[in-house]
Design a protein around this ligand. Structure first.
Ligand code: RNT
Ligand code: ZN
Length: 415
């Protein structure tokens, strides 16, 4: 009996069909963020990152342009099994000669190359307007800015991105999730908390009022608790975003690095699913004040995955990754985090949820605790190996050999 057959049998003993788990994981797309590859720099020649987010570290070999980023993205794709999408940011637009335009005038033309890239690889694209690392965002205020000229610039940017999202969906035949996140906030206690939020709501309303094809684009709004340099007040707080999204019929996006440290997104998912047809997630790892460490195969990542699966919501949750580490090999960082999201989902798909719910409802908490702990020792890794094998992807740690090779052959030459 091979290892997988043995695992299959062990899971069958608790009523779990590993084949079904593998098939469901195979159909679950993970939208992989493009920005881990180049420290969120983008293609506009930015030299620094602002908006209250930071990449620290200077590991050699960072992608310096579009060609290199795409090359690295491909390398990452070759090491991550399952169904993938590309999550792009507006500052990754292509500019060739005369189509150099500012962010408020971006058009599908600026993203043609990404569409070609996605088509060749059979990937869908999700999209994010970029409200940071730009002279018009230097005050730290964008859609909530009291200055009409600045606020209108960013409204135009949002509208431009909406048109580009429709273009992605039309070209690729799969809906695009367009996620709005703004960095707006204040370092010190503000005198007026209401005004900025009112302006933010009004700006979003103006963007939505331009209309869009709801079969092509899903719009989400991402909240945050605080950013670096804007510690005292965040315009797009959780309450703002959840209420705005619910009242306007758009989607709430929860980034698990965007809450107070003892608050967990795994506990929020059920409430959000109860009142929303769809929700969206940025899977990341918060560490103290940083919201963007590489995702681990840790308890919270696994619990998030279990909440999605046990509520039968794999098709109601948009799952994306979001982290940026410049202190280690960036492609390895990408791969480790994305594989961990999939491992967590696989673990969740291999849990006897019906039985566990019955134990809870009948008050059998001792047995529930026991079973949950015993589950951790079932041969999950063998099912992961099988999933990777079927996807033609290296399952064990030897994937890292190809990273070392790539570092030698490609990254080390980028000087
Ligand atoms: C920032 C948000 C946001 C960004 C990206 C780059 O705290 O998480 O999602 O990470 O837009
Ligand atoms: Zn995020």
């Amino acid at each position: 009996m091979n290892n997988y057959d043995y695992a299959k049998q062990r899971y069958a003993e608790i009523g779990i069909d590993t084949e079904e788990a593998i098939a469901r994981l195979q159909n679950t797309p993970i939208s992989i963020h493009c920005w881990q590859g180049d420290d969120v720099r983008g293609f506009e020649g930015a030299t620094s990152l602002d908006g209250g987010i930071q990449t620290t570290g200077n590991y050699p070999g960072v992608a310096r342009n579009a060609e290199e980023l795409m090359e690295d993205f491909d390398k990452m794709l070759s090491l991550v099994p399952g169904k993938k999408r590309i999550n792009l940011h507006a500052n990754y637009a292509f500019f060739e000669g005369k189509n150099k335009v500012d962010r408020d005038a971006l058009t599908p033309e600026n993203f043609k190359k990404w569409v070609e890239f996605a088509k060749e690889r059979n990937l869908g694209i999700d999209f994010n307007p970029t409200f940071f690392s730009h002279p018009m965002a230097s005050s730290g205020l964008t859609l909530s800015n009291p200055n009409d000229e600045i606020r209108n610039f960013w409204i135009r940017h949002g509208i431009a991105c909406l048109r580009i999202a429709e273009y992605f969906a039309r070209e690729l035949g799969t809906p695009c999730l367009l996620n709005f996140w703004i960095p707006d906030g204040y370092k010190e206690t503000p005198a007026d908390r209401f005004g900025p939020r009112q302006r933010f709501a009004d700006s979003l309303d103006k963007i939505l009022a331009t209309g869009y094809d709801k079969s092509l684009v899903y719009i989400s709004l991402e909240s945050k608790v605080f950013g670096i340099g804007v510690e005292s007040y965040t315009v797009g707080s959780s309450e703002f975003c959840v209420n705005y999204a619910a009242s306007r019929g758009i989607i709430s996006l929860m980034d698990n690095g965007h809450y107070h440290p003892t608050e967990v997104v795994s506990d929020k998912i059920s409430s959000m699913l109860l009142f929303n047809e769809k929700i969206a997630l940025h899977i990341t790892r918060g560490v103290r004040w940083d919201s963007d460490h590489v995702v681990l195969f840790d308890d919270e990542t696994k619990e998030i995955a279990r909440e999605i699966v046990r509520n039968d919501a794999l098709d109601r949750v948009f799952i994306a990754t979001d982290y940026f580490d410049a202190s280690i090999n960036r492609i390895a960082a990408w791969v480790i985090g994305a594989r961990n999201v999939q491992k967590a989902l696989l673990c969740a798909l291999l849990a006897p949820d019906k039985k566990l719910k019955e134990l809870q409802d009948s008050g059998s908490f001792t047995e529930m605790l026991m079973l949950n702990e015993e589950l951790k020792f079932l041969p999950f890794a063998e099912v992961w190996h099988e999933f990777c094998r079927r996807n033609g992807i290296i399952a064990d740690r030897s994937w890292f050999d190809s990273i070392k090779e790539y570092e030698k052959d490609v990254l080390s030459k980028r000087i």
